[in-house]
Design a protein around this ligand. Structure first.
Ligand SMILES: [Zn+2]
Length: 108
């Protein structure tokens, strides 16, 4: 079983966590200005990269807090975890054949 490093509790078994989707998806500044296609793009469409990907996770069977993780979608390895509001860490490495990716919302 894989261990996930909760930023508050430390390493716990993956069964204690739930996936929450792509991280750093910004809510539109003026939702009423969006047409249906733009709204659908915001609500339903997410990136699906092969390699490092910033995701939201919750420690649902532990502290119940949300955090972000940089996870390699090829190997399922957690490359880094960080608290909500913190910028994603720089990419450390990528899986063979994976495309390095940084979140456009990321600030360093
Ligand atoms: Zn926790």
């Amino acid at each position: 079983m894989q261990l996930i490093d909760c930023p508050w509790c430390g390493e716990r078994e993956e069964a204690e966590f739930h996936y929450g989707g792509q991280a750093h998806v910004a809510h539109p500044e003026d939702p009423h200005a969006l047409d249906d296609e733009q709204w659908a793009q915001y609500v339903f469409f997410r990136d699906n990269p092969k390699g490092p990907f910033a995701e939201r996770w919750t420690h649902s069977a532990g502290c119940r807090r949300w955090f972000n993780a940089l996870r390699d979608t090829v190997t399922h390895e957690f490359l880094a975890v960080y608290r909500v509001g913190d910028p994603p860490p720089p990419l450390i490495r990528t899986a063979p054949g994976a495309q390095p990716r940084q979140d456009p919302e990321a600030t360093s």
